[in-house]
Every structure is written in C-alpha cells, then in structure tokens.
Design a protein around this ligand. Structure first.
Ligand SMILES: [Zn+2]
Length: 173
C-alpha cells in the first residue's frame, strides 16, 4: 500500500476483498498494523467479532479431512454440547463425504491438537489489539456463535437488526 492512488475509494467489491486479504497478510508482519490498514481503506461502522467456544473450535479443526483423490474438504466432527448457560444446545453437524470419497480421506499432518492450539494462541494475540481498538470506539459487536451457519445466520441478522429478504418472502408466503 504505497502512493496515494490506492486511497481513492470506493473500490469494487472484488478490489476491496483483495485489499482485505492483503491487510490480513500485512498483519503477519509485526511492523504493520492491521488497524492502520483497515482505517485507511474505508469508514468502519461496526466490527463483528464472531466467537466460538474453544473446545468446539478445536474439535472442528481436528475433524477436518480432505479427499486425497478429488481434493474435496469435509469435516467429521459432530459438535453437540450444552451452551455456556448449561441450557442451550450447541449443535454443529459434521460435513460428511459422499461414499466414493469415504475411504480416501486424509488429515493434514499439522492438524494436531498442539498445532491447532498454537494457531489459536497466535490468532488471539494478533486479533486482541484490533478488538481493543474497536471496543474502545464502541464499534465492536461480540457475537457468540450458537452453532453452525443455519443456526447462527438468523441470530446474527437479528443482532444487527436486519432481515433476510428470503425470510421475508417465506414469511409472506
Ligand atoms: Zn473424493
């Protein structure tokens, strides 16, 4: 990100996506600040911090499988646990392979519990300053994921006070 041209926005969605990926990579470099990059890209109104219980996260990371033949990605972990309140059920079904991939599944050699925990530690360490920055500015929405995408998506929309057009259509039908 050099030169002033790159600060002329708005960007196309694709350009913005590319820039965000760039920003993520920049974060790996300790001399660059993700916050500086993000703040240079656009006006940020709200940052959503998607949070999943660490035990569920680790189980899902350890459940990842790839088909050695077609390269398909699957997840054999089935998360079915009580939420932090002891009442709510947290359910994330496995993403099982079709029968013809079943016998060809492999696990990434670095998907071990120690490596996953270390990845999470680095994630928390690097994301904490970003969270703190937006929390101080009252722009951070903490969102505890209640399960997989089907369970989480409606609740996230609710938290944001927006409604899915599809929901409205089906509600009207
Ligand atoms: Zn396959």
């Amino acid at each position: 990100m050099k030169g002033s041209k790159e600060h002329e926005y708005p960007l196309s969605p694709k350009g913005r996506e590319k820039l965000l990926v760039q920003a993520m990579n920049y974060q790996q470099c300790k001399y660059c600040s993700l916050i500086e990059i993000l703040e240079g890209v656009t006006d940020i109104d709200l940052v959503i911090n998607l949070k999943l219980r660490e035990d569920a996260l680790i189980a899902k990371c350890l459940g990842r499988r790839t088909c050695s033949e077609c390269g398909g990605n699957y997840n054999v972990a089935c998360i079915d646990m009580k939420g932090d309140d002891g009442e709510t059920r947290m359910y994330m079904p496995p993403l099982l392979p079709p029968p013809h991939c079943e016998t060809k599944l492999i696990t990434r050699s670095d998907d071990t519990e120690n490596v996953v925990k270390e990845r999470l530690r680095i994630y928390h360490e690097t994301s904490k300053p970003v969270e703190d920055f937006y929390r101080k500015r009252d722009k951070l929405l903490e969102f505890d994921l209640p399960g997989g995408i089907p369970e989480s998506w409606p609740k996230l929309l609710q938290a944001l006070n927006v409604y899915d057009d599809e929901d409205k259509k089906s509600a009207a039908a």
